[in-house]
Design a protein around this ligand. Structure first.
Ligand code: URA
Ligand code: ZN
Length: 376
């Protein structure tokens, strides 16, 4: 069976890349003076952009990357900024075509040896843009639910333009929950770029800080809207180990308790909801993984007044909701190397978490993902 499953790995399928090539403003793919293609997707990104090539769209390149790093199975998702920049009409038709393409990409991927399990499964996307009808979004949910190799969908933080606490989305959450689909919540916009000052720091500040904080804000707003109380079985996977939510969860709980408008809105202490989420293990360090696993496990105990700390037992329990990821094809090595540092660091982090034994490491590396995505 599989010993390494990558749940955070992206693709720009050829149809999407062509769309980006046809655009004259970001997000776009342009050809620079040296005749090389460059990807421009982040706010205020200079026209130098990032190198982009087959690792973004070619399945053979994805499979070679997997082989190079010992990854048996990948659960591939579309990369940011998805369909966010399109009109409702274009978003609806491209969502349909891309979900069809992705199902085909997965269905025709090789199988593991001596098994009918595929090496690639997928997370589709929804036409979540302002002005689209909910019935169009629900059609996409149902298309994904019917696709045998799509296990859920990736979603940004904007919803229909008003974020994930927009009550209009309730039928969408309901359909996702009813179909047992996974929602992979992933950032794109970061935070207001005026926070980054004037020094040229490349993409470091938006990627290292802006991305995780965007995820934190989006899932916090979802929690504050009471959506988890209305959809208690919804399966949400947070990118980058939940951003800063684990670090801020007790502060969040305290702010709620002291706020006359919100204090009695939720059924549970805010920390309870962390125990209902799943977290990728894309945190690059063992201490961070240890901390997140401990927090996840303690989450549900605060309201029963039994939050006494049992660090190692908590880390083991919390690890069951953490899943290995790479963020491929992003973060390639700056100079050629056999293995990607970004991947090796995440693998080494899993190996070195104090308190995780073989069972927990195996779970985070593969077993948790097989169960979470019902890959069998
Ligand atoms: N940069 C992006 O634009 N997206 C990712 O997922 C990672 C890095
Ligand atoms: Zn990513």
């Amino acid at each position: 069976m599989a010993s390494l499953v990558d749940v955070h790995t992206h693709v720009y399928l050829p149809r999407y890349a062509s769309w980006l090539r046809s655009r004259s403003i970001a997000p776009r793919i342009l050809v620079n003076e040296a005749g090389e293609e460059r990807l421009l997707i982040l706010e205020n990104e200079t026209s130098a952009g990032r190198p982009v090539g087959p690792s973004y769209w070619d399945r053979n390149a994805k499979l070679s990357f997997m082989d190079q790093h010992g990854i048996d199975i990948s659960v591939v998702s579309f990369a940011n900024p998805w369909l966010d920049f399109l009109s409702p009409l274009d978003a609806k038709s491209l969502a349909h075509d891309l979900n069809t393409d992705l199902e085909e990409y997965c269905a025709t991927s090789p199988t593991l040896s001596f098994s009918s399990i595929k090496r690639i499964y997928g997370l589709g996307l929804l036409p979540l843009v302002p002005g689209i009808s909910i019935s169009s979004v629900l059609e996409a949910v149902s298309q994904i639910a019917k696709a045998p190799h799509l296990k859920g969908l990736i979603m940004g933080t904007k919803g229909l333009g008003k974020g994930l606490d927009d009550d209009t989305l309730d039928p969408v959450w309901q359909a996702i929950e009813d179909n047992g689909l996974v929602v992979f919540l992933h950032p794109h916009y970061g935070v207001d770029s005026s926070a980054w000052g004037e020094k040229e720091n490349g993409h470091v500040l938006p990627l290292a800080l802006g991305f995780p904080f965007e995820t934190t804000t989006a899932i916090t707003r979802f929690i504050l809207s009471g959506a988890f109380d209305r959809f208690p079985s919804i399966k949400i996977l947070l990118a980058h180990s939940g951003g800063t939510l684990p670090q801020l969860s007790s502060r969040l709980a305290s702010c709620i308790d002291h706020d006359p408008i919100v204090a009695s809105r939720l059924k549970h202490d805010a920390r309870f909801y962390l125990g209902k989420l799943w977290f990728d293990a894309v945190a690059y360090g063992p201490e961070e993984l240890a901390f997140v696993s401990e927090i996840i496990s303690r989450a549900g105990r605060y309201e029963s007044g039994t939050s006494n700390t049992k660090a190692i037992a908590d880390r083991k329990e919390g690890s069951k909701r953490m899943l290995f990821g790479t963020d491929h094809p992003f973060f390639p090595p700056l100079s050629s190397s056999e293995k990607w540092k970004s991947v090796v660091e995440n693998l080494e982090a899993i190996e070195s978490v104090s308190g995780w034994g073989e069972v927990e490491k195996e779970g985070v590396s593969a077993g948790n993902a097989l169960g979470f995505f019902s890959i069998q």
